[in-house]
Design a protein around this ligand. Structure first.
Ligand SMILES: [Fe+2]
Length: 308
């Protein structure tokens, strides 16, 4: 069993309805799918690989070697403990957004990543348009829900992660299991080093590395907005003994003041709002809860935000 791989260019041709149906299936049955021919130039992706690897080597690797995760794992091994590391991830990560400071030592890093983010944001909006259509919502509905009425407010972030080779992968995870808080997530993962898995029908399934594919998944806010038609799915990254896994995840999220609720056209016909399966809430409130509960099930988060 493998997650769906979809040729995104087919949306513009005779096989459009087939491609639309494949994406609907990816959203409804999997919560994850991979896009090929997504329109991001290969030449740009090659540059992204180059500058992110160089950045890791020059600006991050030393810090990772001195990180808490490395120290804690060393301690466990020295003590010959049979315990696993429960509260750490074997991950080096930093965030790129429109208003934070970016690494600056690698020539071309900023320019390349800015260009990449611009392309990925456009792809996210195309994917959201497809979701609107598949859900029977007016075109632009999800984008508008995430941006609000006055302008481009949505949060577009890019997490640049590396998962260095781990001497004891049985003792620690690369990234602990979670569902994503936000909207649409677009992942540019390593060509060769795997480790990403999703939980499907009680079984962990690999997200197979495909060079230059973009992996799409839906976060908790798409689950709410679609009234549960599109579920946010548990995923994790295993630590791997060989190879340094690159993983660049960009997320198109609501702005913090956005009100999120099931789209009225998809909400169940119930008399009282309180009987809806999903609550209506302000996204910023959800993020406060998520910050504390990222690695726990999402359902209590929905309950907690309803109570705020
Ligand atoms: Fe995630």
């Amino acid at each position: 069993m493998a997650i769906p791989v979809i040729d995104f260019s087919k949306l513009n041709g005779e096989e459009r309805s087939k491609a639309m149906a494949q994406i609907a299936n990816g959203c409804e049955e999997w919560g994850f799918f991979q896009l090929l021919n997504h329109g991001i130039p290969e030449e740009l992706l090659e540059r992204v690989k180059k500058v992110s690897f160089e950045c890791y080597k020059l600006e991050r690797e030393e810090g990772f070697k001195n990180s808490t995760a490395v120290k804690k794992l060393n301690d466990l091994v020295e003590k010959k403990s049979s315990e696993k590391l429960e509260n750490s991830d074997w991950e080096d990560v930093f965030l790129l957004s429109d208003d934070n400071e970016w690494p600056s030592k690698i020539p071309g890093f900023k320019e390349t990543m800015a260009e990449y983010r611009c392309e990925l944001k456009k792809l996210a909006e195309k994917v959201m348009d497809v979701m609107d259509e598949n859900l029977g919502l007016p075109r632009g509905y999800i984008k508008k829900a995430f941006n609000g009425d006055d302008g481009e407010n949505a949060f577009f972030g890019t997490k640049v992660s590396h998962y260095p080779p781990c001497p004891h992968p049985e003792k620690v995870t690369g990234l602990r299991a979670h569902t994503d808080a936000g909207g649409v997530i677009l992942l540019f993962q390593d060509d060769k080093v795997g480790g990403l898995q999703i939980l499907k029908d009680g079984e962990w399934i690999d997200v197979q590395p495909i060079p230059n594919a973009i992996v799409i998944n839906t976060g908790d806010q798409i689950e709410v907005l679609s009234n549960g038609r599109y579920k946010s799915v548990w995923h994790r990254v295993l630590a791997m003994p060989d190879g340094n896994r690159r993983s660049i995840a960009s997320f198109y999220n609501p702005w913090l003041k956005a009100t999120i609720a099931p789209a009225p056209a998809l909400a169940e016909k119930v008399k009282h709002e309180a009987d809806q399966a999903y609550p209506k809430f302000v996204f910023g409130d959800y993020m406060l809860i998520y910050a504390e509960q990222k690695f726990l099930p999402k359902e209590p988060r929905f309950h907690a935000v309803k109570a705020m």
